[in-house]
Design a protein around this ligand. Structure first.
Ligand SMILES: *Cc1c(COP(=O)(O)O)cnc(C)c1O
Length: 500
């Protein structure tokens, strides 16, 4: 790739801000003459809720507004524009056919309060998806309710608590390896358990001796991410499960990233008792922008009574219904039975691929990550050299000698037209650069990314200032990221109207 920025055309677009461009009398709509009695707004809205005037509001035509938002959309980076290599996130392409199916009239207009007879098709989608996810994960039962991965974690841990309570005592601790995803300790703490860390060994997997020492009668479960956040498969997972089970404790597996193993191995076969699955990662439902996500939980038989209600029940005549009659259930985790539109998309993807196709998805996801690893290992340090699955973790150790750090590398990638990878995570790798290409990227895109990363490594060596001051081509350079999140400015203010 030339060093010229791939998206430079985006940045030559007119920068006018549409609000400043408005002029008095422009309108975005025309209404027909009123054919009902006119009432004053003050007759229907409480006085205290009315503003005295709305002077200073921009007046705009429809074309002004459409162009404004269309222009803004081109200033953004998104998965439909190019590689989005965030590790631990699976930002992959979502086939458009899924969208078509989710928008079929019968699905789109179904309401969960309709009589069961009228929503048999929608219930069948949910039942079929439950069965597919149970089969793929090797588990016995599934709830589609959780709205995200972290929400699935909370659901799973609450079920573990209910299970232990049913045996007499909730226990107090949950073990978490130090390579865990950040949501794990949060879910554990919210569920009222104490987190106890288990260290990793030099290969980046759980240290079995430390684990054995940590398990006692107070441990309710281990919460283990597999493949872990280093992209490494926990090859001793069956032994780990045995240690836990021999103390009456359970195994929660964080299965957010099943696209490293589906069709190849199954958590239920290597000892997991409960896991969540991120449909918005592995199963091509849209991801990011605040949702809606979907994080179903799959469980072994022993946990089935505790699944959130309603579940999709089957009557003797084989018709389906929302089953609320579940006395041991942990209760509701979400309105009705979760994000139905996501369920349609995920089922569509699973059926379109079939068993062989899903296996190939995993194989290509792993191949792509290993391709990047092989091509970049001479330019960036590899902190762990255990075999990589669907993602690969480098560090900035070589570049740091020139005071170029992982954040600088990420920002410089934007100049070359790529979204930055995950940086500074996982926490056990100082200066981590975590790359997950996914299976939906063509080789040309991977090569362009690899070229950009190599150019940046060379720049870090020869002209580090360029990298340290990046990005140079975006509309906004380095921002106060914490400030932007904590004190966001969300509203346009007229330069002429008095500050409110
Ligand atoms: C993404 C992810 C989660 C959290 O999922 P959300 O849908 O973002 O809540 C949990 N664990 C792992 C390993 C993940 O990759």
């Amino acid at each position: 790739m030339s060093e010229q920025n791939r998206t430079s055309t985006h940045f030559q677009l007119n920068e006018r801000l549409v609000f400043e461009e408005g002029s008095a009398g422009r309108r975005g709509f025309n209404l027909p003459a009123l054919d009902v009695p006119q009432r004053r707004i003050s007759e229907v809205v409480d006085q205290g809720m009315l503003r005295e005037s709305i002077d200073g509001m921009p007046e705009l035509s429809e074309v002004d507004v459409i162009r404004h938002f269309t222009r803004l959309s081109t200033w953004n980076y998104h998965i439909d524009l190019g590689l989005y290599p965030l590790g631990s996130c699976s930002m992959k392409y979502n086939p458009r056919i899924n969208e078509r199916m989710a928008r079929l009239d019968g699905f789109m207009h179904a309401h969960p309060l309709m009589p069961n007879e009228l929503i048999q098709g929608a219930l069948e989608v949910q039942k079929a998806l439950e069965q597919c996810l149970a089969e793929i994960s090797g588990m016995d039962a599934v709830s589609l309710q959780p709205a995200a991965g972290a929400h699935g974690e909370l659901t799973g841990i609450l079920m573990i608590r209910a299970y232990h309570e049913s045996k007499g005592r909730a226990r107090t601790k949950i073990l978490i390896p130090d390579s865990a995803h950040g949501t794990n300790p949060a879910s554990v703490a919210i569920s009222g358990y104490v987190v106890e860390n288990v260290p990793s060994n030099a290969g980046g997997t759980v240290d079995l001796d430390s684990l054995r020492k940590a398990v006692d009668g107070e441990v309710a479960a281990i919460m283990i991410t597999n493949p872990n956040t280093l992209g490494v498969f926990e090859s001793q997972i069956s032994e780990i499960a045995e240690v836990l089970h021999s103390h009456g404790a359970l195994v929660y597996m964080d299965g957010a990233n099943l696209n490293a193993m589906m069709g190849i191995t199954r958590p239920g076969d290597f000892g997991a008792d409960v896991l969540h699955i991120n449909l918005h990662k592995t199963f091509t439902t849209p991801h990011g922008g605040g949702g809606p996500g979907s994080g179903p939980v799959a469980v072994r038989k022993i946990l089935e009574p505790f699944l959130p209600y309603p579940t999709v029940g089957v009557k003797p005549d084989n018709s389906l219904f929302f089953d609320y009659d579940r006395p041991q259930s942990i209760g509701k985790m979400k309105a009705y039975n979760g994000q139905f539109g996501m369920h349609v998309r995920a089922l569509c993807y699973i059926l379109a691929n079939g068993p062989e196709g899903l296996k190939e998805v995993s194989e290509i996801a792993v191949l792509n990550a290993n391709y990047i690893r092989a091509k970049l290992k001479d330019s960036y340090a590899l902190p762990y050299d255990s075999p990589t699955l669907h993602e690969v973790v480098f560090s900035d150790r070589i570049q740091a000698r020139k005071d170029v750090h992982v954040g600088d590398i990420g920002k410089r990638l934007m100049d070359y037209g790529f979204h930055p990878p995950t940086v500074s995570f996982p926490l056990i790798v100082p200066g981590a650069i975590m790359i997950e290409p996914t299976e939906t990227e063509p080789k040309q895109e991977l090569d362009a990314f690899i070229d950009a990363m190599r150019v940046i490594a060379r720049e870090a060596e020869e002209t580090p200032e360029i990298v340290k001051k990046a990005p140079h081509t975006t509309r906004i350079g380095r921002i106060d990221e914490a400030g932007a999140a904590r004190k966001p400015v969300l509203r346009w203010k007229s330069p002429t109207s008095p500050a409110r």
